[in-house]
Design a protein around this ligand. Sequence first.
Ligand code: A3P
Length: 290
Amino acid sequence: FHRFPLHMVHGIPLMEPIVQQWGPIEDFQARPDDLLIATYPKAGTTWMQEIVDLILVRGDVEKAHRAPTHIRMPFLEICPTPPMPSGVQQLVDVPSPRVIKTHLPFQLVPKSFWENRCKVIYVARNAKDNVVSYYFFDQMNKTQPEPGPWELYLRKFMEEKLAWGSWYDHVCRYWDERTNHNILYVFYEDMKEDPAREIRRVMDFLEVELPPEVLEKIVWQTSFQVMKENPMANYSSVPSTILDQDVSPFMRKGEVGNWKNYFTVAQSEVFDAHYQRRMEGSSLHFRTQI
Ligand code: A3P
């Protein structure tokens, strides 16, 4: 495996194998009962996938852990296992109802999801923790471009040049579109603060009712410590030639405010000033600590 270069698709930098499969991705036929979990990379995708799966199997842990995350709930635009074709090929054979993961920005999501009024769960995480998590991920994920030094990586994030494009546009566009479509918008920080409350929101959205003891079980099963040890949720089944967990574990810290260990005071000030300007006028607000 090698680190794939990025190419532009409609102004968004995407990894080469995604670009090569762009036609089939764009033409992907969503089904009305598909559920899409959409995120900017490292916002808490895997966490939400685990929550959704456990809700759908009504807390039956054995059923939920029938296979690793990326097999149970495939990635729309990329298949994380060799030989890494586009994920759309494997999705055709998945029986309904499908749960599909994507990092595509709103405008690149295949139209059929919107035409079919599919349910979409969007998870957003504050920019500072998100970029730190992405920085470590790009070190351990041997298919993503080399992250280089932190200082430069942070600048690339602010310049909106990382894979899957601008964090700023990503979070804002889904936010603005949430009332036009069937989108549940969830914050990573809220999930950390009160997981039971946020899991209940997801249950309501999915129209699933569960007794309190099952909800409690799901809170426990989807806690950072339990997921970190769970081979069906921690990506340990993906070969280390692709995800090298010795470089940085997939389940790394799972905290709000971890950015404070990596941003210098100067970096934080520059970032905040740019952020203010970039997000001006948006009604979307994040917490960088809880
Ligand atoms: P960190 O790198 O900050 O630890 P994604 O699934 O979108 O790739 O996001 C991965 C990030 O979510 C990682 O963040 C990971 O540790 C965190 N994460 C995964 N499961 C979690 C959980 N149950 N609770 C809190 N954070 C979790």
